[in-house]
Ligand binder design. Structure first.
Ligand code: IDP
Ligand code: MG
Length: 153
């Protein structure tokens, strides 16, 4: 099983999309193992978007990400990192395929509703960045035998 970090960005909260998007992850069969609300501070934004710090749009991105709280989730499943990235769609909402979260709910290259970890290395770092061990939950989800075949888990 893999774990991946998802952030519902401030546009999700302002547009009242949190429940609807969370529903998509749940309906897929993915397991929720962490969930909380946070206002991201300068340090967290600086770390999380370090790869973009020299981009001209970085100040706008930072202002956007601090314009309201975010909702943070850790989601678990077989191949969860790839599965969640595929559900989310490509970065820019105006390019994302219909049927993906960004394709269905975003028109923007910046306000693109959700973040999802892009690899095993980044999911490990990102989960540790935002969640303490005691904020993550291990439990038996009762639909497991119907979400996966026996040889998949
Ligand atoms: P990702 O979120 O699909 O992994 P990244 O390239 O890691 O894409 O960029 C992180 C976030 O930075 C994007 O989700 C988006 O909010 C913002 N961003 C990326 N490229 C642009 C841009 O060209 N203009 C404005 N914001 C951008
Ligand atoms: Mg990224």
């Amino acid at each position: 099983m893999e774990r991946t970090l998802v952030i519902f960005k401030p546009d999700s909260l302002n547009r009242g999309l949190v429940g609807e998007i969370l529903h998509r992850f749940e309906r897929k069969g993915l397991k929720l193992v962490g969930l909380k609300m946070m206002h991201l501070n300068d340090d967290l934004i600086g770390e999380h978007y370090f790869h973009l710090k020299d981009k001209p749009f970085f100040p706008h991105l930072k202002r956007f990400m601090q314009s309201a709280p975010s909702v943070l989730l850790v989601i678990e499943g077989v191949n969860a990192i790839t599965v969640v990235r595929n559900l989310v769609g490509v970065t820019k909402g105006y390019e994302a395929e219909a049927g993906t979260i960004r394709g269905d709910y975003s028109l923007s290259g910046q306000c693109n509703v959700v973040h999802a970890s892009d690899s095993q290395v980044s999911s490990d770092i990102e989960i540790a960045r935002f969640f303490k061990d005691e904020e993550l939950f291990s439990y038996d989800k009762i639909d497991l035998d119907f979400v996966y075949s026996v040889d998949e888990i």
